[in-house]
Structures are given as C-alpha cells and as structure tokens.
Design a protein around this ligand. Structure first.
Ligand SMILES: CCCC(=O)/C(O)=C/OP(=O)(O)O
Ligand SMILES: [Mg+2]
Length: 407
C-alpha cells in the first residue's frame, strides 16, 4: 500500500505528543481503533494512519521559548483520490483548526505524484520560448493598471517592452473590466510586443491575468490564447491548487502559467498556524503545474524571511520531484540595486521581477527595464553596480535613486 506523509509542528505546554500524534493518525483516517473488534481491525488496517516520527523539543531549563513537537504521519493513499484538495483535506482539513499546529511539509507518494503532469514548460521550456539561457530573466509588472483605456495600457506595455524585459505581467488586481477586456487587452499588448521587438530584437512573454468564475477559467484561458496570449497569470491561492492543476493539465492551454501568491499571507507567516511557505508557494505550486512561482522576497516591500525564500526555491528546483523545475520569482519592492543580492541568493535560474522598480525610474519604464538588464549584466561580468554604472546611465540613475544593497 502506498502512503503519503505529512509533517507538522505542534505547540503545546504540556501535551503528551505521542498521544497527540496517535490521535491524529487514527482521527484523520479510521476515526477510532483500540475499541474496534478484531474482525473490524483486520478490515480497516489498510486505512489506518501511521505515526512515523515524534520529535519533542522542551524549552531548555525553563528558558523562554515554546514546547513543541515535530510530528510525521503517514496516510494510506487508498483513503483519498488523486487530487490536491483530497490530499490537503485528508492531512490538514479539520486538524488545521485544532490548536497551534502548522503543516510544514507534504511528501506525496510517487503514485500520487504520478497523477500530476506538472508545468508544461518549466524553466527550460520558458527559456526555450525566449531563446535566453545565459542569465536570469527580467519581468516587469504593469503599475497603475486599473482605470486605464486600452491605448494607455498599450503605451505602458510598450515602454516596459522597449526596456528589454523578457516578461511582462498584469498586476494581479486586474480583473475583467469594460476598459480593458481580456481579448482586447491581449491583442493590443501583443501588438505592442511585436512593435518593441523591432527595436529590441527580443522575444517577450505577456502574462495576462486569467480571471472569471472557476468554471469559466478554461474557456477564458482559451479565449485569451485565441486572441494571441502567450502567457497567463493566475491567482492560485484565491482559486485553489486544483484549478491550477486543471489548467496546467489541459493540452489546449499551451502557454506558460505564472502563479501569483495573492492571499498567501493568510496562510504561511504564522509560526503556530497555517502552511509553511516552501510547501505552499513551492512544492504545491510545482506539483499543480505553474511554470513560474511568485513570492515575497527577503528584502523588498512585502517581506518573507530569507530561510523561507530559500526553502521555496529549493522546492521549486529540487530533483526530488518528478515535475519540471519552476522559475522562482522573488518579488515586491525589487529595484536594480537588489540584483546582486538576488543573483547571489538565488543563482541564475531566477526571474528578477519589478513594478515600481521599473516604472519608478526617473527616466521612465523603458529606462527602468534597461537599468535592470544592466544590473544583471554587471553581475554576470563580475562588476559592482557602481563601477558598471559609470558607462551605463540608466543603471547609474537607478542606484542614485534606490541605492545598492549587498546584504
Ligand atoms: C509578491 C507579488 C508582487 C506583486 O504582485 C507586485 O505587484 C509587486 O510590485 P512592486 O513591489 O515590484 O512594485
Ligand atoms: Mg502585484
């Protein structure tokens, strides 16, 4: 019988953690065990959860700090269907509401993982679409995207594209609206991408925000693609991992998907509750099938601790999962002066992503994009931003505006 395991961290001042663990293993599977008649036990054995490990941490000599236990429980795959809602509810449904407990990791069985094709493109596939292999990718974000007429949006797109970015994404708050409806927005932006390519010589992917009611997502995705969309942005936490998995598995949706973490802050930050970021924004996103995963960087405006950032990156890149590796996109408050830090922390398989850091450049969005590309080139050539900026004015102006951060 195949098993999928869940790792939890439970906080309690006096609980018997072995008993708690056994209670979880039985309670989230067969319900009760010791009082069952032997015949029933024979039949139910294959459905019984198993405690794999209980590692108790007592505060030392009464020092401040909390008493907790790391508990791993194995759940028989026979108890649930091959979909992410089933795995999540089985391992952390009612339990998520039962005191101070955080879901740290899930290790689905290979049988369960085999049900998920994962990202259609992944890092290599996205690079193949762009023909860019030797550096991090640069993505810009529309800023002030609400309330704009199509032509205004087209101009904002063009200026971003002229700056030499590889990817442009809608802001996650852009939903269907009368000013820039999906198909028209896609058409004008892809037209602007072709116009910019005449100047930059670069291919470009536009991640338009896929929205609408859940049961219309596939139809809307195909409408966008028929209109020329070559990428989709998706608010996975609001819609759910299963919606992402369905989109990624649909052969008719043959463009990369960028998963946005909007609302993830309701789940990952607490020490005592929720779902750990490496699982929420790393492993689950990859299994479900996004090609890029956005998450708050350790040094921007909306911050997630570096340890969690690196955990997300590890989950997105590790060979331990059968699904293709996914681009990490540390985001929020990113400016060119952070590029050395990003490349040092994340390596070359990363997307440098910015909205304000592009549009806020004193020279405008095109200059902002150029400043980011120059910052990436500086690092690639082993130069400091300061020295490289001596003959790269857009970068010089950017570091005068935002500075350079080295740690
Ligand atoms: C973590 C998501 C980042 C995001 O959606 C966004 O719009 C960032 O904008 P800037 O902080 O770069 O202006
Ligand atoms: Mg945004």
């Amino acid at each position: 019988n195949a098993y999928s395991t869940a790792a939890y961290r439970l906080y309690d001042e006096k609980a018997d953690f072995d008993k708690k663990a056994q209670g979880i293993a039985v309670g989230l599977t067969v319900g009760s065990w010791t009082e069952l008649p032997e015949a029933a036990k024979q039949q139910m054995q294959r459905h019984l959860g198993q405690v794999v490990n209980v590692d108790v941490h007592e505060p030392v000599n009464g020092a401040p700090g909390e008493r907790y236990a790391d508990i791993t429980v194995a759940y028989p795959d026979v108890n649930f269907s091959r979909d992410l809602p089933a795995l999540l509810v089985t391992t952390f449904g009612k339990l998520s509401m039962d005191g101070r407990i955080k879901l740290i990791d899930l290790q689905p069985s290979s049988d369960f993982l085999g049900a998920f094709p994962g990202p259609k493109f992944g890092i290599k596939g996205v690079r193949d679409l762009l023909g860019v292999y030797d550096r991090p990718l640069v993505m810009s974000i529309f800023k002030s995207v609400i309330g704009h007429e199509l032509q205004g949006l087209r101009e904002q797109f063009l200026q971003q594209a002229l700056g030499g970015v590889d990817l442009i994404k809608d802001d996650e708050i852009l939903f269907e609206n009368p000013l820039t409806p999906l198909e028209q927005r896609v058409k004008v932006c892809m037209d602007a991408a072709r116009e910019a390519e005449q100047t930059t010589g670069q291919k470009l992917i536009y991640f338009t925000n896929l929205t609408g009611s859940t049961f219309k997502l596939k139809e809307n995705a195909k409408r966008a693609i028929d209109a020329g969309a070559n990428g989709l942005l998706f608010n996975v936490i609001a819609y759910g991992f299963d919606a992402l998995a369905e989109l990624a598995a649909d052969p008719g949706i043959n463009v990369p998907i960028a998963a946005h973490p909007a609302m993830a802050g309701a789940l990952y930050p607490s020490q005592h509750y929720g779902i750990a970021a490496p699982l929420l924004l790393g492993k689950l996103i990859r299994i479900a099938g996004a090609d890029l995963s956005l998450f708050p960087s350790p040094y921007g405006s909306v911050v997630m601790p570096k340890e969690e950032n690196l955990g997300v990156m590890e989950a997105l890149l590790t060979d331990a999962l059968p699904q293709k590796p996914v681009f990490p996109v540390p985001s929020a408050g990113i400016h060119p002066g952070l590029v050395p830090l990003i490349m040092s922390d994340f390596g070359p398989e990363v997307v440098v992503n910015a909205g304000g850091g592009v549009h806020g450049h004193p020279g405008g969005a095109a200059a902002g994009g150029r400043a980011f590309r120059q910052a990436v080139d500086a690092v690639r050539h082993g130069k400091t931003l300061e020295s490289y900026s001596e003959n790269h004015p857009e970068l010089r102006i950017a570091i005068e505006r935002w500075g350079v951060r080295t740690s």
